[in-house]
Ligand binder design. Structure first.
Ligand code: PMP
Length: 443
């Protein structure tokens, strides 16, 4: 995509060209490298060399095993694991790897029904519907529920799939400042007031859309206040639990479990199976009448392949492990480990003087680099220390708050985290010296 014409790429303005070519292509962490095997406690990244100053790499065939703080493997289920793997293999033998049809045709197996029942039970809702992709779950949800006479009020940091889904629905969209309940309330009041002096408000439906745990910030939504607000103004509440389900709460049941809020106070609980469960796909859990409606008019149900049966095996068995229905004690151990690891690493980094965003219990730890120029150096150092992380910058973050994103996992041990802390301490000193002397020297 960076093919040069006459020495430069004419469709890139100066900033984009500088940012992408001089900076981003020099980031050398595990990002965008092919990997080999499962993204478990370790991740096997293929070694590469850049052939020129563009985005072309050659791969030598060699690889580096890194400690993995880059995958969303919160509960450690990405690694091959006895009960889950056995069940999935058994299903592969009996059902094959694909249902070869959409749900509304012949793509619904007994396992799909079972998976929906187990999911609904796990998150504490009456019913659930599953979709083969988390992104697709959000991207096609809103057009099934709202139209141009409806209003969706969306947190400014919502994931792209939510934003895309809302736009696609044709609903009117208003955005509120991240996690700012006062701003949200003011927006709702202003929008309802628009209908005056009519006797009823101008919107058929109002949906407030938020995430349970924000993966770039590591903070949670303020669920207790949100449910009160949505009751007060008779709105619907949608919560994306991609990063919170499995990873938060004493029972791993997500953001409601974490805040001890009755899940029935949230209208639409969305989640993905890609993070805590080592699988793929997404779900919407809600009252039965909402799910019944989605079964009919959810576009993915008619136009997209259903979740592959072996994946259902992984989802059902990992949910059952977490809730203690199979392999007693194991789920609890995994939950305790992710809770410990999250706090241990975060507090350790803070003690070393780093600025990290988010809540102490969050398994996502964003460590601030601020200057985008620090991204390439930090990414290379970490990779040479065999630590895989993801370095994130603009446009995923504001330009001046580039960061390292560390994802914790139950698969990591305390010794692993001590190693990470030691290495970060070294990097912190180096980067600080490097940048402070650069600035002081005016170079
Ligand atoms: N919602 C959120 C908040 C996400 O972070 C993601 C992906 N990281 C998705 C939805 C999409 O999920 P999937 O990767 O399972 O398609």
């Amino acid at each position: 995509y960076l093919v040069e014409k006459d020495g430069f790429a004419p469709w890139y303005d100066g900033f984009e060209s500088f940012y992408v070519r001089r900076l981003k292509l020099r980031i050398d962490d595990c990002f965008a490298r092919p990997i080999h095997g499962a993204p478990g406690r370790y991740i096997q990244c293929f070694d590469r060399e850049r052939t020129n100053h563009d985005a072309n790499y050659t791969y030598s065939g060699g690889s580096t095993e890194c400690l993995n703080l880059s995958s969303y493997n919160y509960l450690g289920f990405a690694q091959s694991h006895g009960v889950c793997t056995d069940f999935s293999l058994d299903i592969t033998e009996n059902y094959g790897t694909s249902a070869c049809s959409a749900r509304n045709y012949v793509g619904t197996t007994d396992l799909h029904k079972k998976c929906e029942a187990v999911t609904a039970d796990f998150v504490g809702k009456e019913d659930a519907i599953i979709v083969s992709q988390g992104y697709g779950t959000n991207a096609s949800l809103f057009s099934s529920l709202v139209d141009s006479k409806c209003l969706v009020i969306s947190d400014e940091l919502n994931h792209a799939s939510i934003r895309y889904g809302i736009r696609l629905s044709g609903a009117i969209v208003r955005v509120f400042k991240h996690n700012d309940i006062k701003a949200l309330e003011k927006l709702i009041r202003d929008q309802i007031a628009q209908g005056q002096p009519k006797t009823h408000r101008p919107w058929k439906k109002i949906i407030i859309a938020v995430e349970g745990l924000y993966s770039m910030e590591g903070n949670m939504c303020n669920l207790p206040e949100l449910v009160d607000l949505k009751d007060k103004y008779k709105c619907f509440l949608f919560v994306d639990e991609a990063h919170s389900i499995g990873a938060l709460g004493p029972n791993g049941r997500g953001i409601c479990d974490y805040f001890s809020v009755d899940p029935n106070r949230v209208d639409l609980l969305m989640g993905t199976f890609t993070k805590s469960f080592g699988a793929t796909g997404g779900y919407i859990a809600a009252d039965k009448h909402i799910i019944d409606r989605l079964r009919l008019n959810y576009l993915t149900n008619s136009y997209s392949e259903s979740v592959p049966p072996p994946v259902l095996g992984q989802i059902i068995s990992s949910l059952n492990v977490i809730s203690g229905k199979i392999s007693p004690g194991e789920g609890k151990e995994r939950l305790e480990r992710i809770a410990f690891n999250s706090r241990y690493l975060r507090l350790g980094l803070k003690r070393l003087g780093f600025i990290v965003y988010g809540a102490d219990d969050s398994p996502v730890v964003p460590l601030l680099l601020f200057l985008p120029a620090k991204m390439p150096a930090v990414s290379r150092m970490l990779y040479s220390m065999k630590i895989a992380v993801v370095i994130v910058g603009y446009p995923a973050t504001p330009l001046s708050s580039a960061r390292v994103r560390l994802c914790l996992s139950s698969a990591l041990t305390k010794e692993d985290l001590d190693y990470v802390l030691t290495k970060f301490s070294e990097i912190g000193d180096l980067i600080y010296l490097k940048f402070s002397s650069g600035i002081a020297g005016g170079s």
